[in-house]
Write a protein that binds this ligand. Structure first.
Ligand SMILES: [Zn+2]
Length: 497
């Protein structure tokens, strides 16, 4: 049985690079000899009309130029951050290794070593590819392994479905789950180190018709909360948000679907207002950023000690600023509002499609309109869109159709930008994501309006007339600035209403 597994693993390993290698840059990273890559920390990114585009930290450029002259190679250089280049070099090496079929799996290994090695290799590859989640999906014949990168799933490797149970067991052992139980959903977690980074992994299993499906959520434990200025808000939005959070009391809400970067925005806000003479307390599920100088409480037992129970406890801890990770129920909403009305600054997230929707969500939870009017300072709604890869973005003249769309948004441009695909973005042209925001400031006139119970659309129209922009409008602005493509920006047209 074990021998069979090993030979199957060896058979599938050459496919491990599926999905990443793309003609455009496949030969680019092979164009520089390994010793030059190692000596100058550089990588061939793509071919541009017979010129090899080479990425490297600027300090190493003279050495690379010298080599290129000697080797009679036409190159152009792009400045790549040290971290980015190191990760990309590891990734390219890892792909090259798997292509040569020299993974460190040997037939002499005994026990579950080949499977655990395979699991570790899949996790390492996923981290190097900047994946946020890894899916192990059993089907009739195949176990499909997919990774989510910048919000989209992509196949990483296809394994024989017979390996499924062994892989599930390995991951379940690591994450302290019951390996005998294969029918009920379970969850667990473990940590591992990839390239010196500690990665926390949350695991969830579910039984499907073809066996257990596992999803691993990867979280870089060293990820830092970003500052307000790095959130990506426009100048006006940043001013509004800054003035909201500098109040000493009131409620500030952030809304958007799961995975839209709400936690990043909330922590950006908290970071900006944390001072040594204030008691900042958070209740989070889970704690995503560990921040020095603030008290962070994880939700461990949601049934007996959920947000509402923890929030009551926090209020007995003499807090100044409170972050309630999520307002899911009316009890939490009511306590948050009471806290906001009694001299505390409260941050929270809420599920709604836009910022006006968030206001109405509070009303639906049974909060009286006059309490919303007197406690709510403002709502930030947000979505994430993919960002042009800064290492291969190129400008191009605006087409007729694009011009029409820009006009629709009251904007104009003669050129726009898009990534052409390189080693650093896996050929997709996109690398990382950026948030697009809608900031609703609860002005006095909007507070007056809400107590008259207007229809949501009436409220929205009034807010727009007094300066609130839409998320797709902001996304188009980012496209005009060359930060994303117009196509990517327009994906929000459908989802923001
Ligand atoms: Zn790129």
């Amino acid at each position: 049985m074990l021998d069979e597994l090993i030979s199957e693993i060896e058979e599938i390993i050459p496919d491990a690079s599926d999905g990443l290698v793309n003609d455009l840059f496949e030969t680019a990273h092979a164009a520089l000899p390994a010793e030059i890559v190692a000596q100058f920390n550089c990588l061939g990114l793509r071919w541009d009309d017979g010129v090899l585009v080479v990425g490297a930290p600027e300090a190493n450029w003279p050495g690379i130029n010298e080599y290129a002259q000697k080797a009679n190679l036409r190159i152009s250089l792009v400045d790549v951050k040290e971290n980015d280049i190191n990760e990309a070099i590891s990734l390219v090496k890892s792909i090259a290794t798997s292509k040569d079929n020299t993974f460190d799996i040997t037939v002499t290994e005994v026990g579950e070593a080949p499977i655990s090695s395979l699991v570790q290799q899949i996790i390492e590859r996923s981290v190097l590819e900047r994946a946020s989640d890894v899916h192990f999906e059993p089907y009739t014949d195949d176990l499909l392994v997919r990774v989510r990168i910048d919000g989209r799933l992509r196949p990483l490797v296809t394994l024989p479905v017979r390996l499924g149970p062994a892989i599930s067991s390995r991951i379940k052992v690591l994450s302290d789950m019951n390996i005998v139980e294969r029918r009920r959903p379970q969850d667990g977690q473990f940590s591992t180190t990839v390239g010196g980074r500690l990665i926390d992994i949350r695991v969830a299993s579910v039984a499907t018709i073809h066996g257990e499906k596992l999803v691993l959520r990867l979280h870089d434990a060293r990820r830092q909360a970003v500052s307000l200025e790095d959130l990506g808000m426009s100048g006006t939005q940043l001013e509004l948000f800054s003035s909201m959070i500098r109040a000493t009391n009131g409620l500030i809400l952030v809304s958007g679907p799961t995975g839209s970067g709400k936690t990043t925005t909330l922590h950006g806000g908290i970071k900006a207002v944390t001072v040594p003479w204030k008691n900042v307390m958070t209740i989070e599920d889970p704690v995503e950023f560990v921040v020095q100088g603030i008290t962070q409480i994880p939700i461990i037992d949601p049934n007996n000690a959920g947000f509402a129970v923890q929030l009551r406890a926090v209020l007995r801890q003499d807090p100044d600023i409170i972050l309630v990770g999520e307002t899911r129920d009316s009890e939490t909403a009511i306590i948050s509002i009471q806290a906001a009305l009694t001299g505390h600054l409260v941050f929270s997230s809420i599920h709604a499609t836009d910022s006006v929707g968030a206001v109405y969500r509070l009303l639906q939870m049974g909060i009286e309109a006059h309490l919303v009017a007197s406690s709510l300072r403002g709502v930030i709604a947000q979505r994430l869109i993919r960002r042009n890869c800064r290492y291969c973005t190129k400008s191009y003249p605006v087409t007729g159709a694009e011009e029409k769309i820009l006009t629709l948004y009251g904007m104009e441009a003669t050129t726009l930008r898009k990534g052409v695909g390189c080693t650093l973005c896996g050929g997709s042209g996109f690398r990382d994501r950026i948030a697009t925001y809608q900031v609703l400031e609860m002005t006095e006139s909007l507070s007056d309006l809400i107590v008259s119970h207007p229809e949501p659309n009436e409220f929205r129209r009034y807010a727009q007339a007094t300066g609130m922009t839409s998320m797709d409008h902001e996304a188009v602005r980012l496209a005009v600035e060359g930060i994303t493509t117009l196509d990517e920006a327009l994906t929000l047209m459908v989802s923001s209403e």
